[in-house]
Design a protein around this ligand. Structure first.
Ligand code: SF4
Ligand code: SF4
Length: 225
């Protein structure tokens, strides 16, 4: 007779941390302000970007922005994860969502989804000179609903590539201007402005190349409809 294994505690496998860092909640503001979670280690997922919704189990456009701990290199694996020990380098100061996570009993985690999320403007102090830049970027370069973009690209890319190209170039021009004008460390860019639009489009088969007029977008051959 085979016995089915029933998990009752954390096995310290590290899989949850490898899947990505947590979104931050109100309680985590003290960790940011206390210097345990510097802004350089955070990334903003802007409204409109696609993300996994643990409640529905599907990939959906984010309805209001969230700030997460960033990944490592090109991976989502949390930057505080230590592969050798399968441990957390900020264990005593880990965010709320990590503290409540029990993969074998997800109720507490699910109850946190979308609740009391921290945004960039919650995190930046009222007198932070970078604050107006976040507003300005949102006004000039809002993130489109990426599900709509994905659909339009799949149905008839030629109708929207031109307008996306202009949005991509405004986004990059703004980021370049801020880095030069304010001597901004590049590490802060993903927190302040989220991922550049051109990177989000690459996931939909958009090829990005440089030209004398800026970035040029084309569809990869195998993505053409
Ligand atoms: S909570 Fe689950 S996934 Fe995360 S380390 Fe523990 S056993 Fe692994
Ligand atoms: S902060 Fe620590 S516990 Fe939370 S995902 Fe990162 S490595 Fe894992």
């Amino acid at each position: 007779m085979s016995m089915k294994f029933k998990q009752t505690e954390c096995l310290r496998c590290g899989i949850c941390c490898q899947k990505g860092g947590p979104a931050l909640h109100g309680q985590d503001l003290a960790l940011v302000r206390g210097g345990y979670l510097p802004m350089e280690n955070l990334i903003t997922i802007r409204r409109g970007e696609l993300a996994h919704n643990p409640l529905s189990g599907t990939i959906e456009p984010v309805l209001s922005e969230l700030v997460k701990i960033r990944g490592t290199g090109q991976e989502w694996c949390c930057c505080y994860y230590e592969p050798a020990s399968k441990g957390c380098s900020i264990y005593g100061n880990r965010p709320l969502a990590c503290g409540v996570l029990k993969c074998w009993q997800p109720e507490e985690t699910l109850a946190l989804v979308g609740q009391d999320l921290l945004s960039r403007l919650d995190i930046l102090e009222d007198d932070d000179p970078l604050r107006p830049l976040v507003h300005e970027h949102e006004q000039l370069c809002p993130c489109p609903d990426m599900r709509d973009v994905e659909k339009s690209l799949a149905e008839k890319a030629s109708t929207i590539l031109h307008s996306l190209e202009s949005q991509v170039n405004s986004d990059i021009a703004f980021r370049d201007w801020v880095v030069k004008e304010f001597n901004l460390p590049l590490d802060l860019e993903l927190f302040l402005f989220g991922r550049p639009l051109f990177q989000l489009l690459q996931a939909f088969g958009v090829h990005v190349s440089e030209s004398s007029q800026g970035l040029k977008l084309t569809m990869r051959i195998n993505s053409l409809k």
